[in-house]
Design a binder for this molecule. Structure first.
Ligand SMILES: O=C(O)CCC(=O)C(=O)O
Ligand SMILES: [Fe+2]
Length: 206
């Protein structure tokens, strides 16, 4: 089985050892409930980042749940897992067969919120970087581009209740982003389950 990603006029087939997409991972009902609950209960914060030697606010809100910081020096508080996120973690782990120890939540309030081109962690050859990404709310385009050739660029729409699994050398050779959009959009929450403990991979995480 292979996953097809499209852009305007071309088509790419990324092999399943790099990416898997499950559009209906959560039921509509569970997705609606979880979205509402997370919007209302998570202590959302807007982080700062350096851009052209100036400190600016990231164009989205976020929160980190785990047992240690997402990376050393990260300013976000390490929040304890609420029952709803432990339940989702168990479901993601059962589905993927991978054990995660933290989850980063991103809250895109509207079409003006975004995340710039990045990769989550450089894959060390022979050491897998696996990130499981659950999407809730407004559908947004998740763009990929090859680090070697930025013209090789593809997009996938992440649906309400979907699961995207990024694995193998994907982070090593590809970058991803959520671009701002021109049309008005409602809230979207993305949850990326990660492994932060016991890895020697360079810790670049936005
Ligand atoms: O919102 C998304 O789907 C992606 C978020 C992301 O790339 C990240 O948190 O590293
Ligand atoms: Fe990312």
């Amino acid at each position: 089985m292979q996953l097809k990603l499209f852009d305007d006029d071309s088509q790419l087939v990324l092999p399943e050892d790099l990416i898997e997409y499950h559009p209906a991972f959560l039921s509509r009902e569970d997705s609606d409930r979880l979205l509402e609950q997370l919007l209302n209960t998570v202590p959302w914060q807007q982080s700062k980042m350096m851009m052209y030697e100036k400190e600016v606010l990231t164009p989205r809100l976020s929160a980190w749940f785990g047992s240690e910081p997402i990376r050393s020096g990260d300013q976000r508080p390490v929040l304890p897992w609420p029952p709803a996120l432990l339940e989702l973690k168990a479901k993601v782990e059962a589905h993927t067969g991978i054990v995660f120890d933290g989850v980063l939540l991103n809250y895109y309030r509207d079409n003006n919120d975004s995340v710039a081109w990045h990769s989550d962690k450089d894959t060390v050859p022979g050491l897998k970087t696996e990130v499981a990404s659950v999407s809730l709310g407004e559908e947004r385009n998740f763009d990929f581009r090859s680090k070697d050739d930025h013209r090789r660029r593809y997009s996938i729409r992440l649906q309400h209740g979907s699961l995207l699994l990024m694995k193998g050398d994907l982070q090593r050779y590809w970058e991803h982003r959520i671009a701002k959009a021109t049309k008005p959009m409602k809230a979207r929450i993305n949850l990326t389950f990660r492994k932060v403990g016991g890895t020697t991979a360079p810790p670049y995480i936005p």
